[in-house]
Design a binder for this molecule. Sequence first.
Ligand code: NDP
Ligand code: NDP
Length: 311
Amino acid sequence: MTNRITQLFNINYPIIQAGMIWSSGWKLASAVSNAGGLGLIGAGSMYPDVLKEHVIKCKAATDKPFGVNLPLLYPDIDKHVETIIEHKVPIVFTSAGNPKAWTNILKQNGIKVVHVVSSSLFAQKAEAAGVDAIVAEGFEAGGHNGRDETTTLVLIPAVRNAIKIPLIAAGGIATGKQMLATMILGADGVQIGSRFVCTPEASSHLSFKEAVINAKEGDTLLSLKKVVPVRLLKNHFFDEVKNAELNGATEEQLKNLLGRGRAKKGMFEGDLENGELEIGQVSALIKEIKPAAEVVKEIWEEFMMCKCANS
Ligand code: NDP
Ligand code: NDP
């Protein structure tokens, strides 16, 4: 299949693996790129030297295009950008911030830039900032989430109407049928996170992957809206936040409760009770850990089978 997204990134399938903190290291990114999708390294959890190491290892593990997800809140962002330019990473997905800040510099260095948004308004701002494509991420998504709670089913057609550049759908997608549904709604490709957590190549802890597989409908909820809205698996930490919120905790009190490194504790070190476990609603549909290449193949085959049956 050839479309605006496969051409933009020079990939076989318009399937992009999300750059998730603590899960998306070079092993996952290179495995997805080798399978014909686009793999992303999640730089938000990486110190500058660690990102450098992962970019070098990724380049050694694949000769296909891959990218880096750069959360714009990251404290040492200029060092990450230096690494990206120096090591000629061809694609950057920016998120959680204003795309005006870095788009020009990245594009001047020949890098394709994609920005993640959760509303039509932000999509238009990102298009005006000159990005090459948009990821529109709905309420179902894990981790960082929009404040407006717009679901993927509503967000994709709304953003499609608001912008002209290529559109990638995200939030609640783990199967070929879901991919087809978002493409019927106007997307040119999909970004998938949670499904790729449950692969041997994801760098997150096995206990976290198993918790994702065991998750049922209703086991994830949006939390911490006063600080930064994130979708989390329910656990002891989630309950602590919920109780604090019910008791009227201020943003400052919630930040103190959150502390530092909660996400690492949960997703990388496997502390399922006291850590922050970021994952999407679609975890309810994920039943096994399997290699990233198989995940890509299954999604693609189901997408093509349903597309043909419907045409
Ligand atoms: P390597 O195979 O080179 O090394 C794995 C390293 O990870 C080991 O040194 C190990 O330390 C360390 N490690 C394993 N489990 C944990 C844990 N629960 N908490 C802290 N450290 C742990 O791995 P990679 O090539 O995949 O990764 C290279 C570097 O990038 C490593 O330093 C790794 O920690 C880091 N990384 C960071 C990610 C992020 O999102 N920030 C994601 C993936 C890796 P030891 O042998 O002492 O147990
Ligand atoms: P915290 O402030 O709680 O902790 C910072 C974490 O990031 C620590 O675990 C630390 O590792 C690691 N880290 C990596 N590089 C640096 C650095 N240069 N300075 C300080 N810490 C660093 O933040 P979170 O864990 O909640 O979030 C970390 C980052 O991930 C943020 O930039 C955030 O915007 C982003 N993020 C991205 C998401 C996504 O979906 N892509 C979702 C959620 C967060 P160590 O413990 O080893 O010191």
